[in-house]
Design a protein around this ligand. Structure first.
Ligand code: GLU
Length: 449
């Protein structure tokens, strides 16, 4: 951000520049640049001799003059440090390193401990993150932007739409790849959403985060960021998640955005590919080893977005003794599509006292598609093996979700219903592979990869 026109004109008129010592009434200190994200262009920021920055609202009455008192050396140093990014960016542009955009969205990777409460919250900007990991500048020319400070569990389709549009914009403005720093808890919902919302993607889009905030000794954020920037420079043009592969800081795995899940609430190696191999292994040194045969490569096409989305989609779970009237309730509430996470091959209570079958049938007859995925996560739903399955898929006409993750199916159904309404079309699109979400060939080695 730059100062307001009024401030800029006054500074020019008085021959004053950022980095000079100025006097504003009783305050004296070094004039700082206007802060990039927070703050207002109408406030002059000065660094006092005690090191604190203060903001003083500029009005027509503000008295602004040059100070002749010498600036303390420590303050000059601190100013250099705080404005280092701008200098480094200029130098970087002179060297030809691939431009990579980092978009910060929030989550633990953008968090630090708040000593007032003892709790961790999202406060760090993309610039702060890059400052904490200066190695990134040796790998790429980094362009940073902070989109929000939201935790991933608080996100919805509107965040995904904004993120998709901003990502496409960065790619079309010259970034070779985009890294998105994001909360980990619901990161695989966002990676699935962008996989569908950025069709025919020409360059890599790499989500990353951390399980420990960057101000902790055990933080995994630096290595995840470094590996992600390497992945964003590489040739696999897919939306993926790049996080620690092991408990130690050895290497990361970069997994397809529709085939990845957070499988542990705290471990650093929580993100695992499901029903797929990772796209690649990425080392902090920059070594990039492809580990998947079905990948999409970089192209020179423009990035496009397709963000139409129907948010009235629900994800529910069927289990022994569960209440099928949930479906009736959802329909009453105006839901347009339902994912049921069923058991194993895709079972719901069928001959049980509280059978789900009449409720599924009613939903489908009233035009609300019901898709069934598996609570096993690994493997696929199969409509044929048991009598109960045949009743659900052939009589009630539920749509089997094949080997799709429930979260991916949930996001995909919202995206599909944003485009088509008829049951036939929804079925067809749900069973068409758009972003690697369906894998015809599941191999035993993919299990617990
Ligand atoms: N619940 C927060 C989120 O997902 C913090 C967890 C994390 O980033 O690891 O954004």
């Amino acid at each position: 951000m730059t100062y307001s026109k009024k401030i800029t004109a006054t500074l020019k008129q008085k021959g004053l520049k950022e980095g000079q010592r100025i006097k504003i009434g009783v305050y004296e200190g070094l004039l700082m640049p206007s802060p990039e994200i927070t703050g207002s262009p109408d406030y002059l920021i000065i660094k006092l001799d005690n090191g604190y920055n203060i903001g003083i609202k500029y009005t027509s009455k503000t008295k602004l003059e040059k100070s002749n008192t010498p600036e303390p050396e420590a303050i000059k140093q601190e100013y250099l440090y705080e404005t280092m990014d701008q200098h480094v960016e200029k130098i970087e542009q002179a060297h030809s390193k691939p431009p990579i955009a980092i978009l910060a969205v929030g989550g633990t990777i953008a968090s630090k401990v708040d000593y007032k409460t003892g709790a961790v919250n999202a406060k760090l900007t993309a610039r702060d993150l890059v400052r904490m990991v200066p190695e990134l500048r040796r790998i790429a020319t980094i362009k940073m932007d902070t989109l929000s400070e939201v935790m991933s569990e608080d996100m919805n389709h509107v965040h995904w739409q904004t993120l998709a549009k901003e990502t496409a914009k960065q790619l079309n403005q010259g970034a070779e790849g985009v890294v998105i720093t994001h909360g980990t808890d619901a990161m695989h919902f966002s990676s699935a959403a962008l996989s569908f919302m950025l069709p025919k993607l020409p360059k890599p889009v790499v989500f990353t985060g951390s399980q420990r905030s960057p101000d902790r000794g055990s933080a995994d954020s630096s290595m995840n960021l470094i590996c992600s920037v390497h992945a964003a420079k590489n040739d696999v043009a897919e939306v993926g998640i790049c996080m620690h592969a092991e408990l130690d800081d050895n290497y990361c795995i970069y997994s397809r955005g529709t085939k990845v899940r957070k499988m542990h609430s705290t471990l650093r190696k929580a993100f695992r590919p499901i029903n797929d191999y990772p796209l690649a292994k990425v080392w902090p040194s920059g070594r990039f080893q492809m580990t998947n045969r079905r990948v999409k490569f970089r192209s020179t096409e423009k990035a496009k977005t397709d963000t139409k989305f129907e948010p009235k989609v629900a994800l529910i779970k069927a289990y022994p003794g569960s209440e099928p009237k949930l479906i009736d309730y959802l329909i009453k509430q105006g839901y347009k599509g339902i994912i049921i996470e069923g058991m194993a091959l895709g079972h719901v209570p069928t001959q049980a006292k509280k059978s789900w079958i009449p409720h599924v049938k009613k939903a489908i007859q009233s035009g609300v598609p019901v898709i069934v995925t598996t609570q096993c996560y690994y493997g696929r739903v199969n409509p044929d093996v048991y009598t109960n399955l045949r009743i659900l898929y052939y009589e009630a006409e539920a749509i089997p979700g094949a080997d799709m993750l429930s979260e991916t199916a949930y996001v995909k159904l919202g995206w599909v219903l944003g485009h088509v309404k008829s049951m036939k079309k929804v079925r067809e699109m749900m069973l068409t592979n758009y972003a690697g979400e369906l894998n015809a060939r599941l191999e035993p080695r993919m299990f617990l990869y």
